[in-house]
Ligand binder design. Structure first.
Ligand SMILES: [Zn+2]
Length: 296
């Protein structure tokens, strides 16, 4: 994955609060998690979201470090995205949102941009307080994507994915898939409280994978707002393989096998490795969000 060296990055789409600390005190557990959609939501711990460090505290991250807003200081151009992984996240957020802005316009709708919050350790959100253990997630309550960049190391070390720059892009595009669902009013369907292969939750997750693939198809042809040229200049077959590999690594069956030693499809919330790959590919092959109807 290569970015146009001369493109300007739009850092207004990313809030960088890495290095912030939440105020001390015991977190209150229970009742505070409202419809948060995570990439994998802690299945690997075999616990419910309440035990994952999510709580209902209304606490806000308080800056304690002068290293805040690093991306605002360091991520100016595509050249930075080609050399720094946090700037790469900014560039991917820009590309994904440029695509959906233009696609919504083609469909006579309006895309409302959502910001990505880069955090470390813990973060207060409208969905409750979350720790990094939750993995990347989208919170419908404040319509933001939350990301601890340390997760991408875990993808390799803990989940056995090959990693690679495009694995990061897949994860970000998946979370923005949830934002697209939210804007289209589809996201509520995941809240049927059920699990298993045909649950609303699995269908919602697979659709977000499909939307990630749709963006990937158009990533190198979507004009950037600042230059009119695509921000992403090259995506190779190896990049797409990295994305598929990441999608498989966070499949419910893979995670269950790895962390609980057996596969229990009736508890799936995100879909199997194969399903996640297939739906990403479906989006990538067709480039058409209308072909992402996982609810049919
Ligand atoms: Zn998800």
């Amino acid at each position: 994955m290569q970015f146009d060296d001369d493109a300007n990055l739009d850092t207004s789409e990313v809030q960088d609060v890495r290095g912030s600390r939440l105020p001390g005190g015991r977190a209150t557990i229970g009742g505070g998690i409202v419809g948060l959609v995570a990439l994998l939501l802690g299945l690997f711990f075999g616990v419910g979201p309440d035990q994952l460090g999510l709580s209902s505290g209304g606490d806000q991250a308080a800056p304690t470090s002068s290293s805040l807003a690093q991306v605002q200081q360091s991520c100016r151009t595509g050249r930075d995205a080609n050399t720094r992984y946090d700037c790469r996240a900014v560039a991917v957020v820009n590309s994904v949102q440029d695509y959906w802005t233009q696609e919504f316009r083609r469909r006579g709708r309006t895309y409302t941009p959502s910001s990505t919050v880069l955090f470390s350790d813990r973060i207060g959100t409208a969905c409750g307080t979350a720790t990094s253990a939750v993995g990347p997630f989208y919170c419908p309550g404040d319509r933001k994507v939350y990301l601890d960049l340390g997760f991408f190391d875990e993808l390799r070390s803990k989940f056995g994915a090959s990693g690679g720059p495009f694995a990061q892009a897949y994860v970000i595009a998946h979370e923005y898939g949830h934002h697209v669902q939210d804007l289209l009013g589809v996201l509520g369907r995941s809240q049927d409280g059920l699990t298993g292969e045909n649950s609303g939750s699995v269908r919602t997750e697979l659709q977000a994978d499909c939307y990630a693939g749709v963006w990937a198809r158009h990533a190198t042809t979507t004009p950037d707002e600042s230059t009119g040229r695509p921000l992403i200049t090259s995506l190779t077959a190896a990049d797409i393989r990295d994305g598929l590999d990441a999608a498989a690594a966070v499949g419910d069956d893979r995670i269950q096998e790895r962390f609980q030693g057996r596969v229990t499809p009736e508890t799936w919330t995100h879909g199997s490795a194969l399903q996640r790959q297939q739906w990403f590919q479906q989006g990538y092959r067709t480039g058409d969000m209308a072909r992402c109807d996982t609810f049919r």
